[in-house]
Design a protein around this ligand. Structure first.
Ligand SMILES: [Zn+2]
Length: 155
């Protein structure tokens, strides 16, 4: 936020407090250049965060739904519940970050976030999620995806 004293853009927030009616946040800020202190008032975004589906329909982002998909992919995998929760929280943060301006994210962008994360955590979970999420057109496509991450069937 621009410093009213020197015009510099960098500041640090000293204190945040939501106002009595709950739709506004008051922040005390300090300019990092001249240390001038000032107050900002920000309206809390009321527009819900939306997910844009493949067919263009929008639905409100549901953390539960995201969590369910990830939990299902990680079922019986050597990944702890607390780590799974961390993954969900991280992906949620990333999604909000990507959709910061428009307040929405496409299902494919959201899916990519999950895939990227699962790919680094557990290859089997990645394949499980990919097979559901990407709606493979045919078996070849699925096999290509499997080969891409180098998963071997052992049983
Ligand atoms: Zn300043």
């Amino acid at each position: 936020m621009r410093c009213p004293a020197c015009g510099q853009m960098e500041d640090k927030v000293i204190e945040s407090r939501s106002m009595a009616n709950g739709d506004c946040i008051r922040r005390r800020r300090e300019c990092t250049a001249c240390h001038h202190r000032f107050t900002s008032y920000e309206r809390i975004e009321e527009k819900p965060f939306m997910v844009v589906k493949r067919d263009g329909r929008r639905e409100p982002f549901e953390r539960e739904k995201l969590a369910r998909g990830i939990e299902r992919a990680l079922e019986k995998r050597p990944v702890s519940t607390s780590y799974t929760e961390l993954i969900v929280a991280e992906i949620e943060d990333q999604a909000y970050n990507i959709g910061k301006v428009t307040r929405e994210i496409s299902t494919s962008d959201l899916g990519e976030l999950v895939l990227q994360r699962l790919n680094s955590v557990d290859k089997v979970a990645y394949i499980r999620f990919a097979s559901v999420y990407k709606h493979f057109n045919d078996l070849d496509e699925f096999i290509q995806e499997v080969q891409k991450v180098g998963v071997r069937e052992n049983n």
